[in-house]
Design a protein around this ligand. Sequence first.
Ligand SMILES: [Zn+2]
Length: 265
Amino acid sequence: MADHYNKYGLKHFAGIVADCMGMALPEPYAEPIPWVLEILKARLGGRADRVVLYHADAVGMHIWQKYTHLLAPVYLHSSMTVPFVSTVESVTPVAHATMYTGMDPEGHGIRTYERPQLTCETLFDRWIAEGKKVCIIAQTDSTFLHIFAGRDLDYFELPNNVEIVDKALELIAADSYDVISIHTFDYDDAAHAFGPESKQALNAVSLEAEGFHRIAGALENCRGQHKILLTYSPDHGQHPVMGGTGQHGSKQIEDMNIVHFYATI
Ligand SMILES: [Zn+2]
């Protein structure tokens, strides 16, 4: 059977999140996917007033297909799964710029692995314009700290997933942010170094899924106080290369197909 690219592009991400919060996005953001919105809004029962976006870098759909059990901590809290196709090129700055601007790479201008501060209007700018309190919690030297720099939001830079999740739990307990955007790449690092299906890389999938589980649990403790949208949203996958390491950036199905999970709390 031939491989197939997933149907929906990552540019729909911004619109889905914004619409769940009751925010209209101007052109040129891609329209949200109607049925996804319908389901999420029904489950939220009103506008989401807290949003936590958890980006586990480079966890591709083929990892989910072959090691399905590793994401059980994500299924425990989520109620919808949507397959997406990454950007060309399938690298973090291009994919995340698309997710947070609702635009194809030609629109936001990042088309390869480069990390300029985006000057076009991002979802972060829309949130700030709406008076939302926003933070990014990201691993050391994360792409988020480059392309989304210079905004009136708080940036927390931490060395690994465990410390990132600890920071997220601290901020959730303080209930001080409307939006928390999290970028973690233990899997990406391990997959580059040892291969996408190496023991080290698969351990990192589990570690990051466990991190999602801890965050979801903390949010569930606030059930009833807020309407919360939580997502597990990777940017692209990785494929194995000669010598036992991993890479991405190509149009190979392993790099392009990813899966997002949504939870409403
Ligand atoms: Zn990578």
